[in-house]
Each structure stands twice: as C-alpha cells, then as structure tokens.
Design a protein around this ligand. Structure first.
Ligand code: EPZ
Length: 422
C-alpha cells in the first residue's frame, strides 16, 4: 500500500538512537535458516517490509516462524517446500537467497525472478553460474527460474567474476552442505558476509576466511539450529549521521559494534562533523560548525564507501558550502533521487553514475517522490535539512530498510509523520 512521509525540517537533531540489526544481514540469514535441522532464534529482528516478505516465503516453504517481541523463532519444515510464493518473492531482491538452501533441502527450487530496488541491471548470473558449477541444473522462463539438483551439490574452487555480496552469500550457503570442500575467490568482504558465515558456523558449518577475498568451506552433511544476534545496521548509522550533518546537532548511536560508519565517518568529518566514541558500543556524531562540501567520493565494495550510503550522504550535504561529487561504481542508477533533491532546492547535476552537488543552497520544503529504498531515505534526510514542510511520496520504499524512520527521527527532536497515500 502506498505511503507518504510528511517532514517539517530545519531543526537540529539531539539525543540517542539504538541501531537495529542490519537488514542486509538479517535477510540472507533468514534464508540460511532453511538449512538448519533444528530451531533457530534470531535476536532483535527489525519489522521491515523485506523481513515480512521473508517470513511469508519461509512459511510457504513449510517452516514455522513466530515473532516473540523483537526475536524471530524458526522451526524446520516437516516436509520442505520448493516453490517460492509469487508476491513476496517478487517484492525483493533477497528472494534469490533461497535458491541454495531450498535446493539443498528439496533437491529443486522454483521462483519468480527476484525484484528489488531498481538500481540498474541486477543480474544473478554469478549466483547461477556458481550453483551450476556445483551440480545444479537451471531452467529459466520469461519471468521464472527453476533449479534442480539430481545429486548433492559438490564443492568447488571458484573465482567470482566480481565480488558480488549476494552471490558470495548464495555460494556460502551452497558450500556449507556440499559434498567436499569449496574455495571462493574474489569473494565479497562486507561485514554482512562475515555475519552470515558466523551464523552458519554457529549451526555447525566450517567456514574460514569470511571477510577476506578467499573463503574456505568444508561441506557438512547437516547443520543444527542456533541462536544469533545479527550485526547492527551500518546504513541506518550512516543515515542518522548524514542527517546530523545536514541538520546540525549531536546524536549518539547506541549498540554500534566496532566501526558502524566505516569510511562514511571520514567523509562526514571532512564536511565539518565531529565523531567520537564516548563509550564502548557507542558513537557520537555532532556538527556545530558550517557544513562544507567534500569533493569527490567514489563508492566501492567493502572496505570502500558503501553504495547504499551515497544517497543519504548526498541528502545531508545538499546545503553544504562548496562541491561534493558522488560517483557510484556499483550500480548504474543509484541517484534516481536527484530529481527530488533539486525540488528541495539542491543545486544538483546527475550524469549516469555521478551526482554533483554544488553549494551553498537554500533548501525549502517540497513534494518529492522516492523511487527506491536508499534514495527515499536520502530525500528524508534532505527534507529534515530543508526549512518548512515536505511530503515524500513512495515512502513505502523506505519501509523496506527502516522499520519506522519517522519514529526514529522524532526520537531525535525532528517532526515527521508517516501516513497512507491518500
Ligand atoms: C547487496 O545487494 C545489498 N542487498 C545491497 O543493499 C547493496 O547495495 C549491495 O549488496 C552492494 O553492497 C542485500 O544484501 C539484501 P551485489 P546485491 O550482488 O547482493 C552485479 C540496500 O539498499 N552483479 O554486490 O544485489 C550487480 O548488478 C540494498 O540495502 C552481477 O553482475 O549486490 C551490481 O552491479 C540495495 N551478477 C553489483 O554486482 C550477479 O550475479 C553489486 O551487486 C550479482 C551481482
């Protein structure tokens, strides 16, 4: 259902916010739970639209899934299903994560081609190529995909064409229960890949090297259940920090883990923010001085500047004095939000993968439309910075990655209200 977000911007942010578990950890781990023969408990799972879609898929596959407070309790399917339900599978890219686990469980899997934010071409060729190298057979239709595994998948020594996060995670799940050993080279190194490996190892898998470009897996015949608390969401951290940059003020992030902002911290410090760690598991971000443009920021795979953080940092720097140029090397169409930034008064120029922001610019409330999850969050950050009232249409995209963005920022003194699209 359509949703709008009303924002009354122009106020500094003050207070503290506890980071939720990372969406991009929770989603592959929920799929990996299909591999477990016993009960799985995931702690602090945010109530995201993509989590709800995942729960629908898991239940359709025969698992029992119950939410108990912030935790999700899963029990294995008595008879494992192999067909993913159409609507939830089409609603997100993460349905691709079910290929390997269901193949292991049921010997076959059928799903519609995955959906997800339109960020440019998002093929799944590396997922499929790796699975077929392990012995799967793939058949594709107009908009569906079916894989069968006549025998148990076999381990392999495989070099990924590019360090795809999702393909690394698919092949980790495939290797965990494969016959023999697997080596994945040119693997993605993101913290969420490490977290999936930690969950699988907690289930009895034998994975070494996750977080490095070479991951080694000893295939097991079975995995037991586990209790796991996913890592905190570094993109939510970047979103809040970018809003502090734009609005000014001082916010403490709680439950942050080691390094919640990564390269984003350095970029925001160049913009005039100050970050420090007042206590373990806490990060404080503040901006009292003038906001400055930061020059060229190029996104990249971990440990580079996250592609997902680019739109929110752009939103926070629209009013900065001087220039910021963001280039996304990961997706072709990351900056669909540029149109909304311009309507809010930002002096932006978008050419393909590059978004140039010139300042200073006087931002004022406007009616804008979100086209994807992080672009929508970037528009919310920009609207918080702008003086006056804004309306963000298409705010349902934002719910895919933020359980309650309006409530999060209201807790920091901002004025936002989510409402159904009239
Ligand atoms: C994951 O998407 C994240 N999603 C994305 O976050 C994130 O932006 C992305 O990794 C990069 O960090 C989840 O984890 C659920 P990729 P994924 O495979 O796995 C190409 C968000 O907003 N590619 O690393 O889809 C692809 O087209 C979302 O939270 C192939 O060519 O990203 C893209 O250009 C958005 N063939 C590049 O690799 C493949 O088989 C990176 O994609 C797979 C990917």
């Amino acid at each position: 259902m359509g949703e709008i977000l009303r924002v009354w911007g122009g106020r500094p942010l003050e207070g503290a916010v506890r980071l939720p578990s990372a969406k991009n950890s929770v989603l592959p781990i929920l799929a990996a739970a299909v591999l477990a023969d016993g009960p799985v408990v995931l702690r602090d799972v945010p109530d995201l639209a993509d989590v709800r879609a995942s729960v629908s898929i898991l239940r359709a596959l025969g698992l029992t899934v119950r939410r108990r407070g912030e935790d999700l309790h899963l029990l294995p399917a008595a008879v494992p299903g192999w067909q993913l339900p159409e609507a939830p599978a089409r609603a997100m890219r993460s349905s691709v994560f079910y290929l390997a686990p269901v193949l292991h469980r049921a010997g076959r899997v059928r799903m519609p081609l995955p959906g997800g934010c339109k960020l440019g071409p998002r093929p799944i060729d590396i997922h499929l190529d790796g699975l077929c190298r392990m012995g799967a057979q793939a058949a594709c239709g107009e908009d569906w995909l079916e894989l069968t595994a006549p025998a148990r998948l076999r381990g392999m020594d495989y070099t990924l064409r590019l360090p795809s996060v999702g393909a690394t995670e698919t092949l980790l799940m495939a290797a965990a229960l494969a016959q023999g050993d697997t080596v994945l080279r040119n693997a993605a190194r993101e913290p969420e890949v490490r977290d999936l490996a930690a969950f699988l190892n907690g289930c009895g898998a034998r994975i070494e090297g996750a977080g490095s470009p070479v991951i080694r897996v000893q295939g097991k015949t079975a995995l037991h259940g586990a209790r796991h608390r996913p890592i905190p969401d570094r993109i939510v951290a970047a979103t809040v920090a970018a809003a502090v940059a734009g609005c000014g003020g001082c916010v403490t992030l709680l439950g942050t883990g080691e390094d919640p902002l990564g390269p984003v911290a350095g970029v925001l410090e160049r913009a005039g923010c100050h970050t420090d760690r007042p206590a373990p598991e806490c990060w404080r971000v503040q901006r009292q001085d003038d906001l400055q443009g930061v020059g060229l920021v190029r996104t990249g795979v971990w440990p580079g500047f996250s592609t997902d953080a680019a739109p929110v940092v752009a939103g926070g720097l629209l009013a900065a004095r001087g220039d910021t140029v963001l280039e996304d090397t990961v997706f072709e169409d990351r900056f669909a939000c540029a149109e909304g930034f311009a309507l809010l008064g930002g002096q932006v120029c978008r050419r393909g993968r590059v978004l140039a922001v010139h300042g200073p610019a006087r931002l004022a409330g406007a009616r804008v439309r979100a086209c994807d999850l992080r672009g929508g969050a970037g528009l919310a950050v920009a609207a918080l910075t702008a003086a006056g009232a804004s309306v963000i249409e298409g705010a349902e995209y934002i719910r895919r990655g933020y359980a309650d963005l309006a409530g999060l920022f209201r807790g920091l003194g901002a004025q936002l209200q989510a409402a159904p699209q009239g």
